[in-house]
Design a protein. Sequence first.
Length: 53
Amino acid sequence: MVCSLTHDGACGPSLARVSVEAEGLRLRAEFNPECDECAACAGHCPYGAIEES
């Protein structure tokens, strides 16, 4: 939600440049090519699935 709010001014998973997928007990982040690595998502991820590199 933070991604779409930061870039598009609206909260919507379909607008986000990142998605978090569950693989059993593990979470994995997938970034689409539009991601500009602004790290807004990393700062707000409640699960620690996204880290700023």
